[in-house]
Design a protein around this ligand. Structure first.
Ligand SMILES: [Zn+2]
Length: 249
């Protein structure tokens, strides 16, 4: 993502109009976006750091965001600065953030890695960085580097979480859970994946032993369908209908 899109610009205009700061819920409400789209909007808000300096402070237990300035150059390019690298490693407390192996017990060597690769539009924001062991890093690279970066950038910038998950499955065939969660970019990604079944998709999860010896659930695509015009909308409507059927019963 090289330039802010319309939603980014609307969000920044809103923050500029509210120098006192806004919570992510307030940003959503003021933009007239539905509550179910909060996670998606939060991703777009995190994108803002690429082009803008955004302040964040906790007031009465809630994070409030405010506009500080526009950056002279976008932030996502280039290596992770050494102090940030050190900070990410420190926060990991000597433990791989994928498999949990430790420096002390297992002799793990931790490296700082971009959760969403920079090639796919991932930034140097702390939320997109983690410390993982060399084994997990090479496994991750094995899955990610084989993918066409331009294709994946397009997938990652897709508004619908269902499309992001579905397209990644189509492209990679089988994807370890830890990687699919990065593509989805939200904590309840497993539910989003299951919802693809409403659109006629099918996949299985198998516990697979990765080359490092770690066992992880891996999603394997069995069947997919063409996308309807509004996949996430269709899934929501299906759920509403199903809920009302169940109430009538
Ligand atoms: Zn690991």
């Amino acid at each position: 993502m090289s330039k802010p899109t319309e939603i980014h610009r609307r969000m920044v205009a809103l923050l500029q109009a509210h120098p006192e700061g806004l919570t992510s819920g307030e940003i959503r409400a003021k933009l007239g976006i539905e509550a179910s789209e909060q996670a998606q909007l939060d991703r777009r808000r995190r994108d803002l750091y690429v082009w803008y300096e955004i302040g964040k402070e906790n007031r009465d237990g809630e994070w409030r965001y405010r506009f500080i300035s526009e950056r002279a150059t976008p932030r996502h390019a280039g290596p992770v600065p050494a102090p940030l690298r050190a900070q990410i490693k420190l926060a990991a407390h000597g433990r791989c953030q994928i498999c949990g192996k430790t420096v002390e017990k297992h002799g793990a060597v931790l490296v700082v890695d971009h959760k969403v690769p920079q090639d796919w539009g991932g930034t140097n924001e702390p939320s997109n960085l983690w410390a993982i062991c060399e084994e997990c890093n090479s496994e991750k690279k094995h899955y990610f580097s084989a993918q066409d970066a331009e294709f994946m950038r397009a997938v990652m910038s897709h508004k619908s979480v269902h499309v992001r998950i579905g397209e990644a499955l189509k492209k990679m065939g089988s994807v370890p859970a830890s990687l699919l969660s990065l593509v989805a970019g939200q904590s309840d990604w497993m539910k989003r994946a299951r919802e693809l079944r409403y659109l006629g998709w099918n996949f299985e999860t198998v516990n697979r032993r990765l080359p490092s010896g770690r066992v992880e659930a891996t999603y394997k695509l069995l069947q997919f369908q063409e996308w309807p015009e509004d996949p996430t909308g269709d899934i929501r409507r299906y759920e509403v209908e199903r809920a009302s059927r169940n109430t009538r019963r």
